[in-house]
Every structure is written in structure tokens, then in C-alpha cells.
Design a protein around this ligand. Sequence first.
Ligand code: NAD
Length: 428
Amino acid sequence: MPTRRSADSTEGEQLFETAVEQFDAAADLIGLSDNIRTILRSPKNEIIVNFPAEMDDGSLRVFRGYRVQHSDILGPYKGGLRFTPGVELGEVKALAMWMTWKTSLSNVPFGGAKGGIAFNPREHSVREIERIVRRFTHALGSNIGPEHDIPAPDIGSNAQAMVWMMDTYLNSGSGGDRQNTRRVVTGKTIETGGSLGRDKATGQGLAFVLAHQFDRVNRELEGSTVAIQGFGNVGEHCARAMAQMGVTMTHVADHTGAIMNGRGIDAEALWRHTSEAGGVAGFDDAEALDVDEFFTADVDILVPAAIENQITTERAPHVRASVIVEGANGPTSVEGERILIDRGVEILPDVLANAGGVIVSYFEWLQNKMSARWQLGQVDDELRRYLWEAADAIEAEKKRLACSRREAAYAVALARIGTVFNQRGIWP
Ligand code: NAD
């Protein structure tokens, strides 16, 4: 049964209600048992920590951090940490639930989790961020662990933050196996145990999923145009990977504004600009445009790779792209998706399209466990294989159930989880 939204619920709670609504629809489709549904509707653990950190002027501030562990039925909890001022419990619960479906769909032996710290890293010095991240790691204590819960970067956090987390965790432990705990986080720098190809994995994965979809329908990818919202980790690497496949990026938007150039925007030049200016606004080789105009851009492909709830009832009727590749988590509202599907727009849903990050995080975790180092070619080849297998499983299920691609993705993920619940039993 779809949940009813209360008018006064926060945006985060509404996002969680959306996640539960999507889950219920897919559970209905595959006839998931009531007991398993009851368990999966709520996260297993919701951890909130309030912790102090010292500012550069010597004062102390208390920050609030979250870690929601949704399910570990398939393996250790896994999911990113976002550093945004507005992060709240409902949002993190939704994202943790989506991680459970994503890891299952991707066939990696992990469960689902998500977390964050409510602060804006742009307003702090590097040293302050370091102290905040280390105190958060300390506050989480044994709630994370290399075989228990493995964080990774997400909005606002990065490889350096993961290295501080790893170092804090490692130094808080005792005994001779401390070095064996480096895989407590993924998305680390290469030098400290990260995997080649992890920084670009999500963006690269979007491009692999898109190329597979075009192949399936015998459509030529080379010569297509793309509009990308978000030019952070996901957006930037997606732009680079798609450029290698002959796709021209004509529109880009982020928190500072939107830009366009019909002849194409060079990803490297834009990256240099955003690194200095903090956003796409003011980029020389493009003209500024309104964010709503961005969503109606006359392009073949639209990649929302920033934040949730961007393609809504208001914007969906005006989208001109014929394919949407969801880089962000939850960028399309439930109603927005219905409008797009009715209009014949193909949606490659987040649980598939942006799974590259968690898949290569799994490769990093494996390499750490084996003290091994994979070549970049091996990482990319394996990533492509995992994603295409997931995409093929979805297409088969979509046909069998005559449903949307997102519902089919959930159906594949839930069926695997349901099988494991049934075999393990629910104890006691
Ligand atoms: P990031 O912090 O590197 O970049 C975020 C981008 O979004 C920036 O360009 C920022 O300007 C833009 N943005 C922020 N607020 C915005 C707003 N209000 N309007 C328009 N643009 C805005 O983050 P990221 O790692 O690239 O993550 C982007 C999305 O992809 C998130 O939804 C995240 O959950 C999802 N995701 C990330 C990964 C990963 O490996 N990093 C994996 C899977 C999914």
C-alpha cells in the first residue's frame, strides 16, 4: 500500500516515504512475504551522535552525525557519508534503504547503509574538517568496522576524509591486526590503499550503463548530446567518460548556476574552472542560463548527478531528452517518473546507473583484504561486467513483469534478498 504523506513531514521524511512507496510497489510485484516486508520497511539501526570538535580559534562546536544501517542480510553494511548542512535522519534512512537494493542488484556481498555529518565543509578550514571527521569516527566507535559497516565518500566528502577515518579507526584499535582494518572505509587515496579507478567509478559506470542501453536498442551513442546537473565527483567523471564515447556535453548546472554551449563544453577546462571558482558559474566558454531552462535543454541525454528530487511534476512534462541516466540518488520524484514514462522517456534508474561507486568500492575492499593491487584495465573490465549483468537482469525482469525499469531493478534486488531470508530463516 502506498504510504500517505503528512503535510508537516520534513523533506527527509518525505524522501523516506518515497523510498518505502517504491519498495512496497516492487514487493507487491514479486509477492514478497509480509514478514520480510515488515523487516525491510525499517532500518536495522539508526545511530545519531553529537560530538564536539575544536575550531581554529580554540572554541568548541558540537556537530550532529548520522549512520543508518538498513540491512546486513547479504553482508556488511555499505554506503556513503555526506557532509551537508541539511542532512537529516529521514534522508539518510531513504539513502540507506536504496543502498540495500543497489548492493543486492549489483551482486556484491554487502548490505545497505548511509550516513552524514550536518555541516558545510566549504565553511571550514582543512584542519577543522579533519578534526570534525576524526571526532565523528571516534564517536561512531565500533558501529563501523571492516566486516561490519564500511563507509565511503558521498556529497561533500572525499578521499581525504576517508583516509582520516581510516587512520583514526586504525589508531584506535590495538593488537597486531590493526593494519588489517584499512578496508573499514573505501574511496581512499591510491597511496593509502584505494583502488585505481575508484574516483571515476560512478561516472564511468553511468557511461557503461548508457552505452549498453544504446546498444540494446541499436542506437548510435557517438554524436549524441548530454546535459549534466552536478559537476562534482559523479558529474565530472561522467562527462569525461561520455566524451570518450563521442558524446558532446552542451549543458551543465550546479549549485552556482547553469551554463550552455551548443558546440560543446570541455570537461577538463570546466574542471579547472570549478576547482578555482567553486562552481560552474562564470565559465568563460559558455553562456549562463536559468536552471529551469537547463531541464528543458534540447539534448538526447539528461544526467541528474547532484541531489534528490530534481525532476518533479513541474519539470517532467518539459524534459526534452529521450534518455535519463540517474547519477544522483533519488533525483526523480514518483509522480515525475510517471509523467516521463507516459511520454516515452527511457529512465536508467539510480540503483543501476550509479552503482559503479559501490561496485569498485567492493573491488577496493577485496584488494585490501588480499593485500593486492589491480590494474586499471582490470577494474574497468570487471566494473563493466557487473553493471551489464545487472542491466540484463533488469531487462529480463522488466519484460517478464511488464513493469517500469526501476520496479524491475527493485524486483531483481528484492528477490535475491527474499531468497536469502527464506534460506537463513528469521531467528528466533
Ligand atoms: P559532490 O559533492 O562531489 O558533487 C555534488 C555536485 O552537486 C556539485 O557539483 C554541486 O555543485 C552540485 N549541487 C549541490 N547542491 C546542488 C543544488 N541545490 N542544485 C544543483 N546542484 C547542486 O557529490 P557526488 O559524489 O558527485 O554525488 C552527487 C550525487 O551522486 C549524490 O546524489 C550522491 O548520493 C550520488 N552518488 C555518488 C556516488 C559517488 O561515488 N560519489 C555514488 C553513487 C551515487
